[in-house]
Design a protein around this ligand. Structure first.
Ligand SMILES: Cc1cc2nc3c(=O)[nH]c(=O)nc-3n(C[C@H](O)[C@H](O)[C@H](O)COP(=O)(O)OP(=O)(O)OC[C@H]3O[C@@H](n4cnc5c(N)ncnc54)[C@H](O)[C@@H]3O)c2cc1C
Length: 482
């Protein structure tokens, strides 16, 4: 199903007028149709907010999409653990009211992140208490399917499946995007006109190549790679009465112990186990190697949980985990009405579980930018400068999660792509103290969880009550040494 013919005709006429400078782009009534490239989490959430502003939203996805929750080729990471942070869950509920309950009906597990989550920090196990900081854990496939189903039933949204975007279409001056060139599954190329193109095609986005071909500057790229690898497997929960947690994390301990693991409950009475190795200490994907690696961790809990458990999947490895930021926000000139978001702009080391929540924040940023543009242009249309302003706003959203993710990765001696600055080293030392205090102090631990779940900014660690705790710890240590 393609966009309806009347909509196509209106867009074509408008683009013709635009390309011949016969009309002021600010006054043309052009909030008709938007295209989103990619139906990953970023694309789906962007499409949802675009329905607030456009009559029609087309999501173009190279994969065929199933109504069942199952892996697909376009997102090879979907076999790996995908924890949705509490902030992400809050935004999801805001965009799709009732989705939390829907996840519950699919048996996604409710986790109170201070009560049900056991975490071996560098200084010991976390204190356990209820806080109400919750989200539901499930597989990435289920989460994506539930969101997709919501959009399937939205009359403004259409999906073009098995279709790949191969290029952008612009006006003759190459200043405005006016559509996309598609290739369908039979290899037939089709042009689709539209007013706004959102690229949410993930880490392998072709946006840089497309923009370069149009004569735009290539954005700088910052890559920080700690060479972290995953090996993951699903298990049947048979008798978990011996488990006093719903999720468990044995954190690698920088800079000396690069091994860690995560275990958490997902739908259909299963748990997902994910072994982690930093600095190319990749966890093996063969049976014996996997178990031996689990046995070598700082704590035996995960090995104990899996040694006799029934595996339900092969062991899936994954290694493309670098932090990669393409700085579109720094470009002096940008293609009008073209937006890039999600992993296509900024992808994080997944071990910090930030990607989907940052994608959700990106969607809210797009919504805000479109609202502001409506107010400025007065007539409800998108207008000049939207793309640049959006990319700049998005950079502000990405900045904190980026610092958190790269700040920790730069502790590892084999990390490539940058060195910790003096300020970063100071912050690392301070965070070491926070993590030590958090083991014994529930208030500080709760704050740590809130910051990790992007509910509070890291600046909360500098409030006097926390500084006092850290100072006390320093004094105690000096006292013990003397
Ligand atoms: C191993 C791993 C584990 C992760 N764990 C977590 C986690 O625990 N928590 C968390 O929040 N995040 C996690 N993430 C990050 C998360 O997957 C992403 O940040 C998030 O899903 C946003 O990705 P995206 O939608 O931008 O891109 P993707 O999920 O990569 O989706 C891109 C989509 O675009 C489609 N596509 C690509 N090119 C084209 C084209 N030319 N035409 C049409 N379609 C196209 C692809 O088929 C795909 O469907 C993890 C990532 C990895 C790699």
């Amino acid at each position: 199903m393609l966009v309806d013919k009347t909509v196509e005709a209106i867009i074509e006429t408008q683009n013709l007028l635009l390309s011949h400078n016969l009309v002021d782009p600010k006054t043309i009534d052009n909030n008709i149709h938007a295209v989103v490239i990619g139906s990953g989490i970023a694309g789906l959430l962007a499409a949802r907010v675009l329905t607030n502003h456009f009559a029609k939203v087309t999501i173009i996805e190279r994969d065929y999409l199933s109504s069942q929750s199952e892996p697909r080729r376009g997102v090879p990471q979907s076999q790996q653990p995908h924890l949705l942070l509490t902030r992400g869950q809050i935004i999801l509920e805001q965009l799709f009211p009732g989705i939390k309950d829907e996840l519950a009906t699919h048996e996604a597990t409710l986790i109170d992140w201070t009560a049900d989550f056991k975490w071996l920090l560098p200084g010991g196990w976390n204190p356990g208490f209820s806080s109400g900081i919750t989200s539901r854990t499930c597989t990435r496939n289920l989460l994506e399917t539930v969101i997709r189903q919501r959009l399937f039933s939205n009359k403004k949204v259409e999906f073009l499946e098995g279709t790949t975007v191969i290029n952008l279409l612009t006006d003759t001056t190459q200043s405005f995007v006016k559509g996309v060139c598609l290739r369908d599954s039979k290899g037939v190329e089709v042009n689709l006109n539209t007013q706004l193109v959102v690229d949410a095609s993930g880490r392998k986005s072709h946006a840089i190549k497309w923009l370069k071909n149009l004569g735009y500057e290539v954005p700088q790229e910052t890559k920080i790679n700690s060479f972290l690898g995953y090996a993951s497997r699903l298990y049947q929960v048979s008798d978990d009465s011996y488990l006093d947690y719903k999720a468990l994390y044995i954190m690698p301990k920088a800079p000396t112990n690069p091994r860690g693991a995560v275990l958490y409950r997902v739908e259909s009475n299963r748990f997902l186990v994910n072994l982690i190795g930093v600095g190319r200490d990749y966890p093996p994907t063969d049976e014996d190697g996997f178990l031996n690696f689990a046995q070598s961790l700082r704590s035996p809990q995960i090995y104990e949980a899996i040694k006799n458990a029934l595996p339900l999947s092969p062991i899936n490895g994954y290694q493309g985990t670098d932090n990669c930021w393409r700085h579109y926000e720094r470009l002096p000139k940008f293609l009008e009405n073209f937006i890039v978001l999600g992993d296509a702009v900024c992808a994080f080391n997944p071990v910090y579980a930030q990607g989907m929540t940052v994608a959700a924040l990106g969607a809210l940023t797009l919504d805000e930018c479109l609202k502001k543009h409506k107010r400025f242009s007065g007539n409800g249309n998108i207008s000049l400068g939207l793309s640049r302003r959006f990319q700049k706003q998005l950079a502000k959203v990405n900045a904190e999660p980026w610092l958190a993710s790269t700040g920790y990765d730069l502790r590892w001696p084999k990390t490539e792509g940058g060195k910790a600055s003096f300020v970063t080293r100071l912050m690392q030392r301070y965070m070491d103290q926070i993590m030590i205090v958090a083991v014994k102090n529930a208030f500080v631990y709760k704050l740590l969880i809130e910051v990790i779940h992007l509910l509070k900014p890291p600046t909360v660690f500098f409030q006097p009550a926390i500084l006092t705790q850290v100072l006390k710890l320093q004094v105690q240590r000096l006292y013990c040494r003397s």
